[in-house]
Design a protein around this ligand. Structure first.
Ligand code: AMP
Length: 112
């Protein structure tokens, strides 16, 4: 399996890391769409949110709590958006579960 995010986890591909521990990795999106655009991924390869299993339940809660800390560290005190594109129709382009942390400025809704 040739997964770009697994290659970032294994350090075969460089990324601008923001946070790392035994379970997850966070790094700057290579193509930011807002001033704070960070991707948070589990180290374990999970293809998408559609592929989550019961055993992943705690991991997802863990990721959301870490996103909260990362957002605080990046000064997103007035709020931010967490995005998960899931599957082809959801616009997912990298098939390794990831959450976009978007912030740093006021975001419109619905997204333009
Ligand atoms: P999605 O469309 O939700 O699957 O988002 C995939 C995201 O991964 C896009 O925003 C890309 O810009 C980003 N991306 C792809 N390759 C890399 C990479 N090597 N390093 C950092 N971000 C990447």
């Amino acid at each position: 399996m040739n997964c770009i995010f697994c290659n970032i986890v294994s350090k075969k591909v460089p990324a601008k890391l923001v946070y790392e521990d035994s379970k997850i990795l966070a790094f700057h999106d290579v193509n930011p769409v807002v001033s704070v655009h960070i991707l948070i991924i589990p180290k374990k390869h999970i293809e998408s949110a559609m592929h989550l299993k019961k055993e992943d339940e705690q991991l997802i809660g863990y990721i959301f709590l870490k996103i909260k800390d990362i957002a605080k560290n990046f000064g997103c005190d007035n709020g931010y958006r967490i995005v998960n594109n899931c599957g082809k129709d959801g616009g997912q382009t990298v098939n390794h579960l990831h959450f976009h942390l978007l912030g740093g400025n006021s975001l419109s809704w619905p997204p333009g």
